[in-house]
Design a protein. Structure first.
Length: 332
């Protein structure tokens, strides 16, 4: 099977990654470009980033060797329902020299597949936003949250930033010291951690700094909350604990009590040994003690595996999984 090549793409709001790999797990090429999410950047720009990543990945590969491809994308349903957007992606695919068909999958499914080959389980993704999904026969089944910053995404990076600013404003209104986390947020928004002689002036500066930008940019404050929690700041610790409670509650809405299928954790806030991941893993073990906990891995490789599963020569997708996706051990 070494002559057969599949290609996978992990398309996000800030970056697009592509991987060309054989069914024996030999990585032939990788590519990276800017954000390729058509919802965020428009179909034309997104397709251009897709093409850039594809050409890099295929620089030393005959495109005719590629038998299947898959794209992992947030908001995949919107792309599939938009003829102009799909046409732009089709044009980019052909411009890269590819003649095989490609599938488009939601990023939650790709995150799940990057952590396990099991056809049934659950995935929780927390980054700028937050979403949980149950997976059945490697298809998204029930969805929890993912409602966006205005209506949901509880426990997400946006939620952390939003809550941190609200706490800061409440503290200033009460005339109290902002504390460690509050001063970190003040510095990021107002350029100084000093409170004005009239605290209301500082409140106004914070509000103006926030409202000058799109609301979702509050997610950039999330690392400050994490850093404060790591430093032992009570406000930071409390916010991470609350975020973990929200995230587990979201999973609990779609995952039966005592379920023993895998639970995959992904997204920037839950990938690796992050403080929030520690909180979520502890609560997940309490709620689902018999379930394997997996960390999401390489999204582009997972997309390639999803593409390969439909090839007639792939008779055992589970055996293929660790060949295409470097295994990640269970988090302890």
């Amino acid at each position: 099977m070494s002559g057969t090549v599949v290609i996978g793409l992990d398309v996000g709001g800030t970056s697009t990654r592509a991987l060309a790999v054989t069914l024996d797990g030999v990585r032939l090429g990788t590519g990276r470009a800017g954000g390729g999410n058509p919802t965020s950047h428009g179909a034309t720009r997104a397709a251009g980033e897709l093409l850039t990543a594809l050409r890099q990945a295929l620089a030393d590969v005959d495109p005719h060797r590629v038998r299947a491809g898959a794209i992992g994308l947030a908001g995949a349903g919107r792309l599939l329902a938009d003829p102009a957007g799909r046409a732009a992606f089709d044009d980019a695919w052909r411009a890269a020299g590819l003649r095989c068909r490609y599938a488009v999958h939601g990023d939650a499914l790709v995150a799940y597949a990057s952590g396990t080959a099991s056809p049934t389980g659950t995935v929780l993704v927390a980054g700028t936003g937050a979403i949980a999904a149950s997976v059945r026969d490697l298809r998204l089944d029930r969805i929890g949250d993912g409602h966006g910053w205005l209506l949901g995404d509880l426990g997400s990076g946006f939620w952390l930033g939003h809550q941190a600013v609200r706490r800061l404003l409440a503290t200033l209104d009460a005339g109290h010291d902002p504390g460690g986390l509050g001063r970190r947020i003040l510095t990021a928004l107002a350029g100084t951690d000093e409170v004005a002689e009239r605290p209301r002036d500082t409140v106004s500066a914070v509000v103006q700094a926030v409202t000058r930008h799109p609301p979702v940019e509050l997610a950039r404050l999330a690392p400050l909350v994490v850093d404060a929690a790591v430093a032992g700041d009570p406000a930071g610790v409390a916010l991470l604990d609350a975020a973990g409670t929200h995230l587990i509650a979201t999973v609990g809405r779609i995952r039966p009590p005592g379920a023993a299928t895998p639970l995959v954790l992904g997204g920037g806030l839950l990938t690796g040994d992050t403080p929030l991941a520690t909180v979520v893993r502890a609560e997940a073990r309490r709620r689902w003690p018999g379930a394997p906990l997996r960390a999401a891995g390489d999204g582009a490789a997972a997309a390639a595996w999803l593409a390969a599963r439909d090839l007639p020569e792939v008779t055992d997708p589970a055996t293929l999984h660790p060949l295409l996706i470097p295994p990640i051990s269970d988090r302890k």
